[in-house]
Write a protein that binds this ligand. Structure first.
Ligand code: MG
Length: 218
């Protein structure tokens, strides 16, 4: 590919990201004006995003009206699971796109009566790379990894950790079976972002999930 062609593509991508950021700021403003607490949950496939959201919704739906937007390439498996726990869900199938973007969220905001909700969770498409480029406008970003993803998973994805507010290291119930130093993973996360609130959880046993939910300040 000629060099000028390559630089044109880079420019286009940057335009796209800038537009995304503008729309994300708008989303953030609208959600705030409507008194909705909003969280964007990112992480790889199988990290436990849906399982954690099920536990959060189960607890928080007793006193809050919750909407969950589920991003997925093709299915509504996650949305169906979460609906069993007291939340309303909207599924977005992104097809070839590997992350939600702020336009997806703005369309939902436009077509939803926001006065029906107190809390919004957005479960992004499962992967640790694409969501780095697209903020959505939620107040806080939660990144979920599991210890099954290997000891270097945090170190290898610094951007997501840099721009997240809460980090969850999940599946700690498996620690005796894996050669992973959880303290070292915590240190990696702190080194990337000293302001991160970090929780080591097991969605399976529920360990530390109450503390995590408390940190959402809902
Ligand atoms: Mg999921």
């Amino acid at each position: 590919m000629p060099e000028e062609e390559i630089s044109r593509i880079v420019e286009l991508n940057e335009d796209l990201i800038q537009d995304n950021d503008k729309l994300a700021a708008q989303n953030n403003q609208i959600l705030k004006e409507n008194g909705i607490k909003s969280f964007d949950v990112v992480g790889a496939i199988g990290a436990g995003k849906t399982a954690i959201l099920e536990l959060m919704c189960e607890k928080l739906s007793k006193d809050n009206r919750i909407l969950v937007i589920n991003g997925d390439v093709a299915t509504r498996v996650d949305a169906d699971r979460i609906e069993q726990h007291g939340a309303k869900t909207i599924q977005i199938n992104t097809g070839r796109e590997c992350a939600l973007n702020s336009y997806h969220i703005s369309q939902i905001i436009k077509n939803t009566d926001l006065s029906d909700y107190d809390v919004l969770f957005i479960e992004n498409v499962g992967n640790l790379i694409c969501p780095s480029d697209f903020i959505l406008g939620a107040q806080k970003r939660i990144v979920v990894v599991s210890i099954t993803e290997g000891p270097w998973v945090i170190r290898k994805h610094p951007i997501l950790f840099k721009f997240s507010d809460i980090a969850i290291i999940n599946k700690i119930d498996l620690k005796d079976y894996l050669d992973v130093d959880i303290d070292e993973m915590i240190n990696d996360a702190k080194n990337i972002n000293p302001n991160l609130q970090i929780f080591t959880t097991s969605a399976k046993t529920g360990e530390n999930v109450a503390e995590l939910i408390q940190a959402l300040e809902i």
